[in-house]
Ligand binder design. Structure first.
Ligand code: FAQ
Length: 312
């Protein structure tokens, strides 16, 4: 019977159909989605920390309002994605526990420190830019609840990218020499970590082949990274900044940029918990969870009281 269900599932995937929460699906497909969606949710939640760090220090009321809205959007994306993962039969408690015990990953990018105000612009431009490149194809992911979530998330991400680029444009075109240097320094620090967001090279990506076959991933890690470089370099030229890669060069024949080798040892070090901010990020999340225990307890007590009132 399972073989029959499996064959029907495969046929739907091959036909480009979307799978809904109540449809039959192979266990491995379910597990892969829980892994990816929950890690995506964790990334949004941990991703609030580097920028949250600058809300009180934004240079103007306008910048503060924008940054506050952006960080709130990230919270929304995280909660929305946890809900999408819950449709697959996992619980919020299980997912949060996996993050807090170091069993679940979150994006390597959020383990770097935000040293200056220019980092806020560069995160919007490069980090949200990379996130959009990766997430637009996920709007066509074969698992429909995730695909639907991605459509809304991508709309907000494009506002995030634009606000970052605009903040940098102001610093580069109207700012002082010191501000321009600050932007260049931030680009130097965030460029390579942004390229790492797309994950290991295709040949070293254990999950890619199966996820591509299932239509979870539609474009490979390396292809997305290339598209990101090609889209971003012209923007850097308009800004008037350079990227810290001596091997970057337009390849006329391929119609794409060639770029230098990524430091994969650094990538795996950060992914495996030993980046500049890993311990601090995780500790901040665990503390927030512990500090919020009374709210969860109070909400539960209230719900119980309401339930007994109805019975009476
Ligand atoms: N960091 O076999 P693959 C955002 C792990 S954007 C850490 O290629 P897969 C918005 C990977 O999980 C950032 N770990 O894996 C925002 C796997 O380990 P596992 C979040 C990484 O899943 C902006 C192992 O390496 N976006 O939050 C990374 O097929 C600004 C082998 O890799 C998403 O999560 C990495 N960079 O492809 C918020 C998008 N790369 O799980 C605030 C959805 C790989 O087997 C401010 N996710 N690993 O233990 C995806 O598209 C995919 O999961 C990939 C990885 C492409 C990230």
């Amino acid at each position: 019977e399972d073989a029959e269900k499996q064959a029907a599932f495969d046929a739907r995937i091959d036909a480009g159909d979307f799978i809904e929460a109540k449809d039959w699906m192979p266990e491995h497909y379910r597990k892969t989605l829980v892994r990816q969606i929950s890690q995506h949710a964790h990334s949004e939640i941990v991703g609030m920390l580097p920028e949250g760090n600058w809300i009180t220090r934004a240079p103007t009321l306008k910048r503060k309002a924008i940054l506050l809205a952006k960080v709130q959007d990230e919270a929304g994306h995280g909660l929305y994605l946890y809900s999408a993962a819950e449709t697959l039969g996992t619980s919020r408690d299980q997912m949060v526990n996996a993050l807090h015990t170091g069993k679940a990953k979150y994006s390597s990018i959020f383990n770097y420190p935000t040293l200056t105000w220019a980092d806020m612009g560069v995160i919007g431009w490069l980090v949200d830019g990379a996130a959009i490149m990766n997430q637009v194809p996920l709007c066509r992911c074969s698992y429909a609840p995730y695909a639907r979530a991605m459509i809304r998330v991508c709309r907000e991400e494009s506002f995030h990218q634009r606000q970052g680029y605009e903040a940098l444009l102001v610093m580069m075109k109207q700012g002082t020499a010191e501000q321009r240097e600050m932007v260049q320094d931030a680009v130097n620090r965030w460029w390579w970590p942004s390229l790492m967001m797309f994950g290991p090279a295709d040949k070293d990506s254990p999950n890619s082949e199966q996820s591509m076959r299932w239509g979870i991933k539609r474009i490979s890690n390396d292809q997305l990274r290339q598209k990101f470089v090609d889209a971003t370099i012209p923007q850097a030229e308009i800004l008037g900044v350079t990227v810290p890669d001596p091997d970057l060069q337009w390849n006329e024949e391929r119609g794409e940029y060639d770029f230098g080798a990524i430091d994969w040892a650094e990538f795996w070090r950060v992914v495996n918990g030993d980046g500049p901010m890993n311990r601090e990020r995780l500790a901040a999340r665990v503390k927030a969870w512990d500090d919020g225990a009374w709210v969860r307890d109070a909400a539960l007590a209230h719900a119980k009281k309401q339930a007994t009132k109805k019975e009476a």
